[in-house]
Ligand binder design. Structure first.
Ligand code: KIV
Length: 273
């Protein structure tokens, strides 16, 4: 079953409902696997700036990069509701949001775009995109595009004032027409309050268990990188070690004898099939 914005609107009214699952994805082959799986949603996050491109922060990711990775994922996962991040600076005002949002939406074939933050400019941008027919996902709490402004990566919503601000931001995003909202690293208390208050589903990351769904960066889940994943993510695999093993195996086999190697050229008509 492919998710639609209409179905998202309906799930909150159901008493018995399963949690929404969302994973990030940045490439065609992983998208093929997700397309075959039971995953509900795919996010082409601008976290690709960190895990694929090696940038220090997501602020360096460009719209062109999101188009390249977003369209590769969409080609690999045509059956999944796919959300693509609008990168830093591309929705700083309504007209930029429309120009960049339409380009990203049309050129990738995504089902929705995600915007970080909830200040006046972002709310205006969400409204413009939704009014144009582009479904939008909100994102509050730890918002990596605001890393420099927020002053680092930490849990949000610890004080009474912060709690009230976060709840109001979530309401503003819903009122602007968003279909879902990501709550990143907010306290469980705030996540619970927002989840109870909103009529659109909440998707949590590092925000406890009360949200309507959960999202993770797939590279963290698979242990693909050399860095330890964030404390809220327990990797289920150690792909980094497996890559090192595979590389060593290749080197050993090649040094032993090339004729035994799995890479020796075969006389085959369809080498790439
Ligand atoms: O860019 C990303 O991967 C994200 C998730 C962490 C929610 O925004």
């Amino acid at each position: 079953m492919k998710w639609t914005t209409k179905k998202f609107r309906q799930i909150k009214s159901k008493s018995e409902r399963k949690k929404l699952t969302m994973l990030t994805c940045y490439d065609f082959q992983t998208a093929n696997a997700l397309n075959k799986s039971e995953i509900d949603l795919i996010l082409v996050g601008d976290s690709l700036g960190n895990v694929v491109l090696g940038y220090e922060t997501t602020c360096r990711v460009s719209i062109e990069e999101m188009i390249v990775f977003g369209s590769a994922v969409k080609r690999g996962a045509p059956d999944k509701f796919t959300v693509i991040d609008m990168p830093f600076g591309t929705y700083a005002n309504k007209s930029l949001a429309l120009e960049n949002g339409i380009k990203l939406f049309q050129q990738t074939g995504a089902e929705a775009l995600k915007l970080e933050g909830a200040n006046e400019q972002v709310i205006g941008s969400i409204k413009s995109l939704v009014n144009t027919g582009i479904p939008v996902i909100g994102h509050i709490g730890l918002t990596p595009q605001f890393f420099h402004q927020q002053g680092g990566y930490f849990t949000h919503g610890k004080t009474a004032e912060e709690k009230d601000i976060l709840v109001q931001q979530a309401i503003d995003i819903q009122n602007a027409g968003a279909s879902l909202i990501v709550l990143e690293c907010v306290t469980e208390e705030v996540a619970t309050k927002i989840t109870e208050r909103l009529t659109i589903p909440t998707i949590g990351i590092g925000s406890g268990e009360s949200t309507d769904g959960q999202v993770l960066v797939i590279n963290d889940l698979l242990g693909s990188g050399v860095k330890t994943p964030p404390s809220f993510c327990k990797p289920v695999k150690n792909f980094y070690e497996e890559k090192l093993d595979a590389i060593s195996t290749f080197i050993s086999i090649t040094n032993e004898t090339t004729s035994k190697s799995s890479i020796s050229l075969r006389d085959n008509e369809n080498i790439y099939n």
